[in-house]
Ligand binder design. Structure first.
Ligand code: DLL
Length: 433
């Protein structure tokens, strides 16, 4: 099944003509309505009228995560605030988060993108979708919800966690589709096995998994242990949320909804646009967004694009499953965290040294586990156990309340963390992603 055959299967020239039309309109809107972009255009000496072909997009400025933070909360709004009907924020950021603001049309378009994505994963009106992505400011829960509602499926808005209840609901209501992060799906499978619950007795047919990196090996395990067909879904808050791209039944790349989100691959060092097939940083322009339209957003995600008609019938460009990031952002159980944010917390503690190491692993539970080793200053290390316990708890509490992660804190002796003569290796990521 294809949700929107016209848009997903149109010829390349026809699609490019539409994309150009949208791009010109977007450039005009940004120039007239958003001071941030008008200044950027002026600095580069360009006017919206300079966009004559799709290739001219390379003349336009990039947008970075930092730009979004600096314009918090509404600096990039391209419409009147009263037209905004919903907002979301990206997970786990200190101080200044990234905001996405949606008009009703933006929500309709998001629902459309998500309906296409879910349909690609084989979801239809008669399905029962157990949506175990987090509901709230994170785009996962509500995004899937909007798309499932457009399809008319039965949505169980269970959100993440409480695995025992997840399995009971799955059984009692005959869930056919599971949506959650890939690591949580494996945890559900393991919990079921440990409690003598057979996944073969469930009605699960497919799962739509994303928000964090996963591998083909994980797919095999998920498909075997959960007895379902696992599909990869991609998206990011800045560009709307999940539904930017999704795998079809061919599972050899994710179809990008490119009439809505225009992709480019660039060399992350030079900003030069790379041809199809070449690996680089993925950049997106929102072609139809009204609330916070974004021009050439540098996602920091690494992949490559391939074009041509897919065996499923769609003609939309495909991105290879993500191959890493150009920065050091970690995704811990779906929460985005930069090592510098952990550092900020540690340096505020007067008892600690600026020497630390972050260990990330997937334990037996398949869920991300973070351990932070931090050196304690000489004069404090031999202090009473009670004081050390207090420090330990304070760091743990700050990590939870400011970053949204549960980290295991290990206070270590002065000079026990290996010193480096070059770049310090702060993060040891043992997950095989
Ligand atoms: O994670 C949106 C989402 C929700 C996608 C549910 C899929 C399902 P953010 O929290 O803003 O948004 O994080 C975006 O997560 O730049 C990637 O680095 C990573 N990411 C998202 N999907 C995938 C995926 C949501 N399928 C950041 N594979 C992105 C690998 C992914 N990484």
């Amino acid at each position: 099944m294809i949700w929107n055959e016209k848009n997903e299967c149109m010829s390349q020239p026809e699609r490019e003509a539409k994309q150009l039309e949208s791009l010109v309109r977007l450039a005009e809107t940004l120039y007239t309505k958003v001071e941030f972009y008008r200044n950027k255009f002026d600095e580069l000496g360009i006017k919206p009228a300079d966009i004559q072909s799709l290739k001219d997009i390379s003349k336009l400025p990039f947008t970075t995560k930092n730009d979004l933070r600096e314009t918090y909360p509404y600096g990039l709004l391209a419409t009147d605030e009263t037209n905004i009907v919903e907002i979301h924020q990206s997970s786990g950021t200190t101080g200044t988060p990234v905001v996405d603001a949606y008009t009703q049309k933006d929500i309709d378009i998001w629902s459309e993108a998500m309906a296409r994505s879910l349909t690609m994963s084989g979801v239809g009106k008669n399905d029962v979708i157990q949506n175990a992505y987090g509901y709230g400011l994170f785009t996962g829960g509500i995004g899937v919800h909007h798309g499932a509602a457009a399809i008319g499926a039965n949505i169980i808005p269970i959100s993440g966690g409480n695995t025992e209840r997840q399995l009971k609901v799955m059984k009692d209501f005959g869930t056919t589709i599971l949506t959650c992060t890939p690591s949580y799906s494996l945890y559900i499978a393991e919990f079921a096995a440990d409690h003598g619950i057979s996944m073969k007795d469930m009605k699960l047919r497919a799962g739509v998994f994303g928000a964090e990196p996963w591998t083909e090996e994980m797919r095999k395990e998920m498909e075997a242990t959960l007895a379902l067909n696992a599909f990869d879904i991609y998206g990011l808050t800045e560009i709307t949320g999940p539904g930017v791209a999704n795998e079809c039944e061919c599972k050899d790349g994710l179809h990008i909804n490119e009439d809505l989100f225009y992709p480019e691959i660039i060399n992350p060092d030079t900003g030069e646009v790379l041809p199809d097939g070449e690996k680089g940083e993925l950049v997106f322009t929102t072609l139809t967004k009204e609330g916070t339209p974004i021009l050439r957003y540098r996602t920091r995600d690494i992949t490559y694009l391939t074009r041509g008609k897919c065996a499923c019938g769609r003609t939309t460009v495909k991105m290879h499953r993500l191959m890493g990031r150009t920065d050091d952002m970690l995704i811990i159980r779906g929460v985005n965290v930069f090592p510098t944010q952990i550092e900020e917390i540690l340096v505020q503690m007067e008892e600690t040294q600026p020497h630390y190491q972050i260990l990330v692993d997937r334990g037996q539970t398949h869920l991300d586990e973070v351990e932070v080793w931090v050196e304690v200053k000489d004069e404090f290390f031999f202090d009473e156990t009670k004081k050390m316990e207090g420090l330990h708890n304070r760091i743990g509490h700050e990590m939870k309340s400011r970053l949204g992660i549960n980290a295991k804190i290990k206070l270590v002796e002065p000079k026990s963390i290996e010193r480096s003569t070059g770049k310090a290796k702060r993060v040891i990521d043992k997950r095989k992603l």
